[in-house]
Design a protein around this ligand. Structure first.
Ligand SMILES: C[S@@+](CC[C@H](N)C(=O)[O-])C[C@H]1O[C@@H](n2cnc3c(N)ncnc32)[C@H](O)[C@@H]1O
Length: 251
């Protein structure tokens, strides 16, 4: 079977997601654990696990974590890393977010972090989250979010130019509406800014692309500049992205 754009992009860069700072050390990881108060008998599903950081964060607190993804290179890496960390309750499985291979009402908690902006259909994903959650179960979501309007459109275009598998990061308002429509009642939401280092973020590209990406970051309107806050210190360029975090309950 031929690989999808997502599988191609993430297959090539899988190793970098294990060590990437925003993924391995991002503040949203500890916030997810604090806000969901995981219990020792919980069954947890992590959708689009990537380097597996959410699975590793929850595994010491719960009974079982299923770390799932559609990119085999990610799953192989998570299996090896979980074993290295002595996390015997982590299992890996191929699972597309929009068609989860689990029975109805299986999980106490479903997590998904920094991934839905790659999904073909977020509404189909949320319907699946609702289906596999037990009644009263929690959905803990983190994804990059953008401001409303043309500034958000620009940030999505910038991200998609670096990684064509980036489809669209939503606004906080879009998430609120979609969670409600899926029958997932939001009990908590917050936004977390993160500082991105341009070098590692763009590292997969050649010199021409690096120049173009850098100009897309620095030669911008005041409104985009205020959102992305590009800063240059010698060769070191940073900018700001924002994560939206939601904790929602299935009735
Ligand atoms: C940035 S990584 C995820 C990061 C990870 N959750 C973390 O917190 O460090 C995005 C992942 O989404 C996966 N992915 C993209 N589309 C998917 C889909 N439709 N279903 C399942 N996984 C998907 C990719 O294979 C990739 O591993």
């Amino acid at each position: 079977m031929s690989k999808t754009l997502v599988q191609e992009q993430f297959g090539k860069t899988a190793a970098s997601y294990l060590t990437s700072k925003p993924h391995a050390l991002g503040k949203s990881l500890e916030r997810l654990v604090t806000l969901t108060a995981p219990q020792a008998d919980w069954r947890v599903l992590d959708v689009a696990t990537g380097g597996g950081h959410v699975a590793y964060a929850f595994a010491p607190h719960v009974g079982r974590v299923w770390a799932t993804d559609i990119t085999q290179e990610m799953l192989d890496q998570v299996k090896a890393e979980a074993a290295k960390r002595g996390l015997a309750n982590v299992r890996t499985a191929y699972a597309k977010a929009e068609a989860l291979p689990f029975e109805d009402e299986t999980f106490d908690l479903v997590t998904c972090r920094i991934a839905p902006h790659h999904f073909d259909s977020i509404p189909a994903f949320l319907a699946e989250v609702h289906r596999v959650l037990k009644r009263g179960g929690l959905f803990a979501l983190v994804d990059n979010v953008v401001p409303e309007g043309s500034v958000g459109d620009y940030i999505n275009a910038f991200e998609r130019f670096r990684d064509p598998s980036h489809l669209r990061a939503w606004t906080m308002a879009e998430w609120r509406a979609a969670l409600k429509a899926a029958g997932l009642a939001v009990g908590h939401e917050e936004q977390i800014d993160k500082t991105m280092e341009f070098g590692p973020w763009a590292a997969r590209h050649d010199a021409t692309m690096l120049r173009l990406l850098r100009s897309m970051l620095t030669e911008v309107t005041p409104a985009v500049q205020a959102a992305l806050e590009p800063k240059t210190d010698g060769d070191n360029v940073t900018f700001r992205l924002c994560e939206g975090l939601f904790i929602a309950k299935r009735a």
